[in-house]
Design a protein around this ligand. Structure first.
Ligand SMILES: NC(=O)c1ccc[n+]([C@@H]2O[C@H](COP(=O)([O-])OP(=O)(O)OC[C@H]3O[C@@H](n4cnc5c(N)ncnc54)[C@H](OP(=O)(O)O)[C@@H]3O)[C@@H](O)[C@H]2O)c1
Length: 247
C-alpha cells in the first residue's frame, strides 16, 4: 500500500526545487497532486514527469500573493478531484535588502508570498478537511525562521512569522488537522543559484556537521513523512532539515 494512496495534495511552489521534488514523490506514493506556481512551462514539465511515471497530477497557474488566484486554485482542485487532504504551503521568495533599504512594497510582497498566502489557502481548505475529519498541512519555514542574518530582514521576519502561524494553525485546527513546518537549511535549488550557487555560501556548508548542501529530495522525504500517518502524533512542530546547521 502506498503511503498517500487516494489522497489529494496541493503543493504550492512546485514548479521548481523542493516543491517539485515533493510533488513527484507524493504522486509516486499514490496522491493526486495539484502543481502550482507562476511559470507555465515549468509547471507543465512537472506534470508531464508525474504522468510519464504513471501517476496523477494537474497544474494550476497561481501567483500566491493574489487572493483571487489562491481561491481559483482551490476551486480548480475541487472541480477536478473533489476534495483536499494535504496542503503543502511551500511557495517562497527571497529578499536580500539590508534593513534600511527594505521598501514597503518589498516587505509586503515577501510577506504575501511567504506567509499570507499560507493563511488564505488554509482558511479555504481547513473547512473541507474538518468536515472530512482528517487533513494535513505542512508549511515551509527556514533556518532563517530561527536566527537572523545580515541583509535578510524581510525574509527572516517572514519565516519567523511562518513559525508562529504554523503553531497557531496547529492549536486552532486540531484535532482533525495536523499542522507542522519544515525549516530547510541550505538546499541546492534555483533560489540558492540566484545568489551564486552553493559555493557562494561555502561558509554555511563548512559550519554544518554534515558538510554538504541539501538536495530537494532531502526535504521531499520529510514532507512525505509529515503528510503520512507515520507522523500521526506529531503536531505543531517545525522540523529543521539543515544538516545540523542550527544545532
Ligand atoms: N533553497 C534553500 O536553501 C531554502 C532554505 C530555506 C527555506 N527555503 C524555502 O523553501 C521554499 C521553496 O524554495 P526553493 O528553494 O525550492 O526555491 P525555488 O526552486 O526557487 O522554488 C520556489 C517556488 O516558489 C514559487 N513561487 C515563488 N514566488 C511565487 C509566487 N508569487 N506565486 C506562486 N509561486 C511562487 C516558484 O514558482 P514560479 O517561479 O513558477 O512562480 C517555485 O516553484 C521557499 O519557501 C523558500 O523560502 C529554501
Amino acid at each position: 500500500m502506498k503511503r498517500l494512496e487516494g489522497k489529494v495534495a496541493i503543493v504550492t511552489g512546485s514548479t521548481s526545487g523542493m516543491g517539485r521534488a515533493t510533488a513527484v514523490l507524493f504522486a509516486r506514493e499514490g496522491a493526486k497532486v495539484v502543481v502550482t506556481g507562476r511559470n507555465e512551462e515549468r509547471a507543465k514539465a512537472v506534470v508531464d514527469q508525474i504522468k510519464e511515471e504513471g501517476n496523477e497530477a494537474i497544474y494550476v497557474i497561481v501567483d500566491t500573493s493574489k487572493v483571487e488566484d489562491v481561491k481559483r486554485l482551490v476551486d480548480v482542485t475541487l472541480d477536478t478531484y473533489g476534495t483536499v487532504d494535504i496542503l503543502f504551503n511551500n511557495a517562497g521568495a527571497l529578499s536580500m535588502s539590508p534593513l534600511q533599504d527594505v521598501s514597503l512594497d518589498e516587505w509586503n510582497n515577501i510577506f504575501n508570498v511567504n506567509v499570507t498566502s499560507a493563511l488564505y489557502l488554509t482558511q479555504l481548505v481547513a473547512p473541507i478537511m474538518k468536515e472530512k475529519g482528517k487533513g494535513v498541512i505542512i508549511n515551509t519555514s527556514s533556518v532563517a525562521g530561527f536566527g537572523a542574518h545580515h541583509g535578510f530582514a524581510a525574509y527572516v521576519s517572514s519565516k519567523h512569522a511562518m513559525n508562529g502561524l504554523t503553531k497557531s494553525m496547529a492549536w486552532e485546527l486540531g484535532p482533525e488537522i495536523r499542522v507542522n513546518g519544515i525549516a530547510p537549511g541550505l538546499i541546492h535549488t534555483a533560489m540558492v543559484d540566484s545568489i551564486g550557487g552553493p559555493s557562494a555560501v561555502q561558509k554555511m556548508i563548512d559550519e554544518c556537521p554534515l558538510k554538504r548542501v541539501g538536495k530537494p529530495e532531502d526535504i521531499a522525504s520529510v514532507a512525505l513523512f509529515l503528510a503520512s500517518d507515520e507522523s500521526s502524533f506529531i503536531d505543531g512542530q517545525i522540523i529543521k532539515v539543515d544538516g545540523g546547521f542550527e544545532i
